[in-house]
Design a protein around this ligand. Structure first.
Ligand SMILES: Nc1ncnc2c1ncn2[C@@H]1O[C@H](COP(=O)(O)OP(=O)(O)OP(=O)(O)O)[C@@H](O)[C@H]1O
Length: 517
């Protein structure tokens, strides 16, 4: 799968937006995971037909030496029984001792192919790490099988020997009959074919079908790769040196960008230009559907503009993994990884994933240090109640973990930190406090905040008001925009009045829905 997932996510996430591609990718995943149903259905007929062939073979061999077909068929059946017993034991053992590890392995594999996780996996450059984790978890789950393979298979090998002796003995008899002239050429061919057909009483299966099944997923993968024009080469893995720790002094810019989503006719952005100086804090506000998240996605290199350019530190983030690594973003639909707290935070800076200092600092700065005390296994607690020893978190706790991930990314070298409404579930006061704290701990970093609550973002250096179709309609500091008395001023006043009337607690829910303008 990594042969497809890595280059696919490296290119962008448009492919996963395409229902056709996404559906086929999921089909490949299913194909490599679970053949059980179709396997049984298809093979019912095959097994019936082959058993009938076996009975015919017995009838043919009866006329030669009556005991030969029974001896050979019995040896095949014995082998079949021993092998099936081993297989059942192996599966039992696997499910008993490694079920949760197998599940974890599948979960990690799922992160590589799901649309919901694609943005973060690409942005944080997690593909290779996840592929390695998948392999390691899967191998560790399979470890329960290795001893069984060594010792448990001995009876199976013994039955193979018995079968070989029975078939070999029958062939020797046949050679003898040929030598004495008791059996002619036509008889030899018929009898040998009949002997081979007795294999229908065994469990050797249809090699062609088995081969077809095992290669079907590979064939589909190859076809998908060819269709979407993915190269064979594996994308380069960024080393820790690629994660510059010094903030860059270069600007971030979107220049005359137009973009239409592949599944839409109307453009999400047309002719938008936005320059952000290094170290500046900027808030992007606007009504629902104004294109705020789309601008962010372009800046992250998740999509390529149809027209115009996007530059982060002088490079196109859609093309340059290094430029992409300079941007850390947490979206409203950030991923709640069913993995350890360490992974959830460390994914922000995968090259420093085990640097405890970075993790501690990020969690404290995100206001989540008290969370650590409540987790039974500390940093190694799995953040999902579906796993033994794991636990789920509240919405607010998850948000702090996601913010810690973004801060870890800054420690890992990201120079642009973007929060695209990950705090929408917090009330106005909590969001304002968190944004203020964020601006404090990220003073050297370019910060972009997206929010509907104008009071939460008033302390940024600059506020940009986006309008659907019209692009940027206002641009300035909070005070400047208030003085200008335009749309921002109008909405800020309206929100402030409603806030005062309703009280912070009750308004919190309403205001998260409140559009600007
Ligand atoms: N993945 C997508 N596929 C198709 N259309 C999309 C997609 N994402 C956004 N759009 C459309 O693009 C336009 C801009 O959406 P965008 O999410 O950028 O707006 P926004 O200002 O962030 O909105 P909100 O405040 O509701 O989050 C909208 O018309 C939206 O329906």
């Amino acid at each position: 799968m990594d042969a497809l997932c890595s280059p696919c996510l490296q290119q962008g996430i448009e492919l996963l937006d395409s229902p056709g591609f996404s559906g086929r990718l999921q089909a490949v995943v299913e194909a490599t995971r679970d053949w059980t149903f179709t396997f049984r259905l298809d093979n019912t007929w095959t097994v019936l037909a082959r058993r009938l062939t076996g009975i015919g073979a017995v009838a043919v061999l009866l006329s030669w030496r009556w005991w030969v077909p029974f001896l050979i068929a019995a040896s095949f059946m014995l082998l079949s029984k021993t092998y099936t017993t081993w297989l059942n034991t192996a599966f039992d053992k696997l499910l008993q001792s490694s079920a949760s590890e197998l599940r974890r392995a599948r979960y990690v594999r799922g992160l590589l192919v799901q649309t919901e996780t694609a943005k973060e996996v690409r942005l944080f450059g997690l593909t290779d790490w996840l592929v390695d984790r998948y392999r390691a978890t899967w191998l560790s789950a399979m470890a329960a099988l290795w001893p069984l393979r060594k010792q448990g298979l001995r009876p199976v090998y013994l039955c193979c020997l018995v079968m070989a002796v029975a078939v070999g003995g029958a062939l020797a008899l046949l050679v003898n009959d040929v030598a004495t002239g008791a059996v002619g050429l036509a008889g030899v061919i018929t009898l040998i074919q009949a002997m081979l057909a007795l294999e229908a009483f065994g469990i050797l299966g249809d090699p062609q079908m088995a081969l077809g099944q095992s290669t079907a997923a590979t064939v589909e993968l190859t076809r998908l790769r060819r269709e979407v024009g993915l190269s064979e080469t594996h994308p380069a893995v960024l080393s820790s040196e690629d994660h510059q720790s010094e903030p860059s002094q270069e600007d971030r810019a979107v220049e005359n960008a137009a973009f239409t989503y592949p599944t839409r006719d109307d453009p999400a952005l047309s002719g938008l230009s936005l320059h952000i100086s290094a170290g500046q804090s900027v808030a992007i506000v606007g009504v629902n559907g104004a294109g705020k998240s789309t601008v962010i996605k372009l800046l992250c290199g998740l999509y390529r503009p149809d027209q115009g350019t996007v530059r982060v530190d002088g490079a196109d983030p859609a093309e340059s993994p290094t430029a992409r690594r300079r941007v850390a973003v947490i979206f409203q639909d950030f991923v709640r990884y069913h993995l350890s707290l360490r992974d959830n935070v460390g994914f922000g800076a995968i090259a420093r994933h085990h640097d405890q200092r970075v993790l501690n600092r990020a969690l404290v700065d995100a206001g989540g240090n008290d969370l650590l005390e409540r987790l039974e296994h500390g940093w190694d607690t799995i953040l999902s109640a579906e796993y033994e020893g794991g636990t789920d978190l509240s919405g607010g706790q998850w948000q702090r973990v996601a913010l810690a991930r973004a801060l870890a990314a800054v420690a890992g070298g990201a120079g642009v930190l973007i929060l695209d409404e990950p705090t929408a579930a917090l009330d106005v006061r909590a969001e304002t406090a968190l944004f203020d704290r964020f601006l404090q701990v990220t003073q050297d970093v370019t910060t972009i905040l997206v929010s509907h609550r104008l009071s939460s973002v008033r302390h940024v250096d600059r506020i940009v008001v986006l309008d659907p179709g019209a692009g940027i309609v206002e641009d300035g500091s909070h005070d400047e925009l208030l003085r200008a008395g335009g749309r921002y001023a109008e909405m800020f006043t309206l929100q402030a009045r409603r806030f005062a009337q309703a009280g912070s607690e009750t308004l919190a829910g309403d205001e998260s829905q409140e559009p600007v303008g």
